[in-house]
Design a binder for this molecule. Structure first.
Ligand code: UDP
Ligand code: MG
Length: 374
């Protein structure tokens, strides 16, 4: 169990020294990009600017040749921003010298924190573990392959502070081979259609979250591509900002064409999770009613034929259809009921209002309430 409060004091104490020495004049030059096309859900002025410490969460797997340069560029950008920060590397089962390098870097820079997985568990698990130990008020995720540009962090924070909970990077000028970008377009288009979240680029590793978001969404499997969808489903405000993207110069991409198929399967999962997790009977009940209803009607017609018209029905295909519909329909019901039991099991545990709230008024008790609580 990680003691967040204890760490937090540490973080503020250890990194403030770094922040103090950072001259504001060295703010990174941020080339303006075309922001007009960026999507944003409604920004509301009632969201206070997030001004606390930053946690950089960086999953790395076999990125030995990129980390030193990434660390140095990050440090330049973060010191210029001038807030306390921590750089949290999650070594996701590297088989090269990545961990040894992280250990060496940590000796030089105490703001580095690191987790090392026993084996490769995937980027989503790495991010989820990073979220669990991150201590900053803002959590920034980026890839460890130097494709994301640390100089953009400043703009992303600025944009978030216009009233969003999550700002997702958009690799508008994506520097990847055609074989990657074309399937990615198809994927993004489908996700937009299915989920209604109008981002251009769901799979960008470069994102910034308020801590409430990372504390609320649940990442596992390969759901890291869907954090904006999961966040939007929880009522968080999501926006997108074009960011610079660089080609990979060292090491190789960990994802091939298989990611497209997995991505679509995960989209189905996410669709059902965000729409029916709390009411599975609504999903299974309708097909259940339809199937049983039609099956019973056909059965009644056959009974009429047999009893009143005195026809033989034993060999009629309709009989088989009637039986099939009733059996399948009943199964749908049973699935819906099982789903309800599962959902109830989750809810029967102590209710946790915090995960639903933006803020509260006059509520007392030793609890952590979301940002903006009065
Ligand atoms: N990564 C990881 N675990 C994995 C696959 C990837 O931690 O199982 C990391 C990887 O080291 C990199 C980031 O996730 O820092 C993005 O991976 P990659 O650059 O291969 O993805 P692409 O840019 O090709 O989409
Ligand atoms: Mg990459």
């Amino acid at each position: 169990m990680i003691e967040r409060t204890a760490h937090m004091t540490n973080l503020t104490a250890s990194s403030q020294t770094i922040a103090a020495g950072a001259p504001a004049a060295t703010l990174p030059a941020t080339k303006p990009l075309d922001e007009s096309a960026a999507f944003a859900s409604v920004a509301l002025a009632d969201l206070p600017p997030a001004e606390g410490p930053l946690s950089l969460v960086i999953p790395v797997m076999n990125e030995e040749g990129n980390l030193r340069e990434l660390h140095s560029r990050l440090t330049t950008s973060l010191q210029a921003i001038g807030r306390p920060y921590e750089i949290l590397f999650i070594d996701d089962g590297s088989t090269d010298g990545t961990w040894a390098l992280i250990e060496a870097l940590r000796k030089e820079d105490p703001s580095i924190v690191a987790l090392r997985h026993r084996r490769n568990f995937g980027k989503a698990t790495a991010l989820a573990n990073g979220f669990s130990v991150a201590r900053g008020d803002l959590v920034i995720t980026m890839d460890g392959d130097l494709q994301d540009d640390p100089a953009e962090i400043y703009r992303m924070i600025d944009y978030l502070n216009e009233g969003y909970d999550l700002v997702s990077g958009w690799k508008q000028n994506r520097q990847d081979p055609w074989g990657k970008t074309a399937p990615s377009r198809l994927f993004n288009w489908t996700v937009r259609r299915v989920t209604g979240v109008q981002l251009h680029d769901f799979n960008c590793g470069f994102k910034i979250y308020r801590r409430d978001v990372t504390d609320t969404i649940r990442l596992y499997g390969e759901l890291h591509r869907f954090t904006p969808v999961l966040a939007a489903a929880e009522g968080f405000r999501v926006a997108e900002l074009p960011v610079r993207h660089h080609p990979r110069t060292w090491g190789s991409s960990k994802y091939g064409i298989k990611r497209l198929i997995k991505g679509f399967l995960d989209l189905i999962t996410v669709f059902f999770l965000t729409n029916y997790r709390q009411r599975p009977m609504h999903l299974f009940g309708l097909p259940g009613i339809l199937a049983v209803g039609i099956g019973v009607l056909i059965g009644l017609k056959l009974t009429f034929d047999r009893l009143v018209q005195d026809q033989q029905i034993g060999t009629r295909p309709l009989l088989m259809l009637a039986v099939l519909l009733v059996v399948v329909g009943t199964q749908f019901f049973a699935l819906g009921l099982l789903g309800e039991f599962l959902a109830n099991g989750r809810n029967a545990a102590k209710n946790d209002p915090e995960r639903y709230l933006r803020s509260a008024l006059g509520v007392t008790g030793e609890r952590h309430w979301p940002t903006g609580t009065v």
